[in-house]
Design a protein around this ligand. Sequence first.
Ligand code: NAP
Length: 291
Amino acid sequence: MQLLDGKALSDLTKAQLKEKVDQRIAEGKKRPHLAAILVGNDGGSETYVGSKIRSCEEIGYKSTLLRFEATITEAELLAEIKKVNDNDDIDGLIVQLPLPKHISVERVIESTDPEKDVDGFHPVNVGRMVQGLPCFLPATPNGIMKILEHYKIDTIGKECVVIGRSDIVGTPMSILMSRNTNPGNATVTLCHSKTKDLRGHTLKADIIISATGIPNSVTADMVKDGAVVIDVGTTRVPDTSKKSGFRLSGDVDFVNVSPKCSYITPVPGGVGPMTIGSLMLNTLQAAANKD
Ligand code: NAP
């Protein structure tokens, strides 16, 4: 069993991006600029946005964090997004999810300029992804593709089961794995909460990608020997031994599943860091698109 070290790959990606930024600046080009919108005080969101801003600093991007109270109205938030859209210095915009319930995530995503949509959530980018056209690929699934590419994992003609069909992870993941690309070219089955006999599907899988957010739901009896297992889940579970009072748990019962795998991502240190790595790649692309 080999660990797929997303943290190390993310560090490498960021070091390569730093070189590219230094080169851009030496050529008199603009420093890439990422804006992040954070609404409310959700602990997880604070952590994720904090890591994204820190990554910008490491690489040499400019970053702007725009914070709003959870009471901001949808109209006010859309007006703030328009300001970012109209600001020529800002290349990329992310709106950290989840948003308070009174704000429509769809309207927020659709109001983002597709050319600044470095999360790859806008329908224009999703449509272009489906058609294999140049676009911003969604960060988590693209981070997983980068991990598969880096470790030269053979995906061509393999049986791939994706568990979870969210707009931001499972659905785009199934599309990227089924495209005529390398990595890709897998035969993909997309499972969800209505799937009958999930175990029957996963037992046939050469590659399992789980994104349900249900800790320890992928168990050893669901995984065939030699499978590649990618664990997207990051659920906070109470843990009194930690200073924070919680730890992050993946979807996979790592202790019992990992001995059966050829490759597996740890949680933390697997998919999460490469989600940020791929967001950083998109941000440089957004700036370069305007050169
Ligand atoms: P989500 O929107 O809650 O979607 C969960 C999906 O799991 C749904 O499609 C749901 O099916 C499916 N599901 C629920 N119970 C199931 C079951 N018993 N069997 C099979 N499928 C089941 O979640 P998400 O936003 O995609 O996130 C999933 C997890 O990934 C979370 O832990 C999240 O924190 C994590 N995440 C991590 C990163 C990262 O960078 N590491 C990034 C994004 C998300 P239905 O559609 O039928 O309801």
